[in-house]
Design a protein around this ligand. Structure first.
Ligand SMILES: [Zn+2]
Length: 98
């Protein structure tokens, strides 16, 4: 089932493919152990359609590198993080909202 990602959440693919979404492939930041930095959904910069499907792109809150992974199962959680106000790049407190 295709997911219609809102255009405002679409972005360019950046960084490295990541097989272990809860770990940053660059600095090994563990999103599950250090939740004060937010979840992978809080740190997602958006979604990108690729030949391999929809990818979610995340900026590491520690080293600021980007990584991406299959995101079609994560879109709802991403939207929830926006509604809850914990999302860093969209919604309340992100600086992107006037
Ligand atoms: Zn990192």
């Amino acid at each position: 089932m295709a997911i219609n990602v809102d255009l405002k959440y679409k972005t360019q693919l950046k960084g490295d493919r990541n097989k272990f979404p809860t770990l940053c492939p660059f600095c090994n930041h563990d999103f599950n152990l250090f939740d004060e930095y937010g979840s992978i959904f809080d740190n997602a910069i958006g979604f990108s359609d690729t030949n391999h499907g929809l990818m979610m792109i995340v900026e590491c809150p520690i080293c600021f590198n980007f990584n991406y992974f299959h995101g079609s199962g994560f879109y709802d959680y991403f939207l929830e993080s926006i509604e809850e106000g914990t999302q860093k790049f969209f919604g309340r407190g992100s600086g992107n909202v006037l």
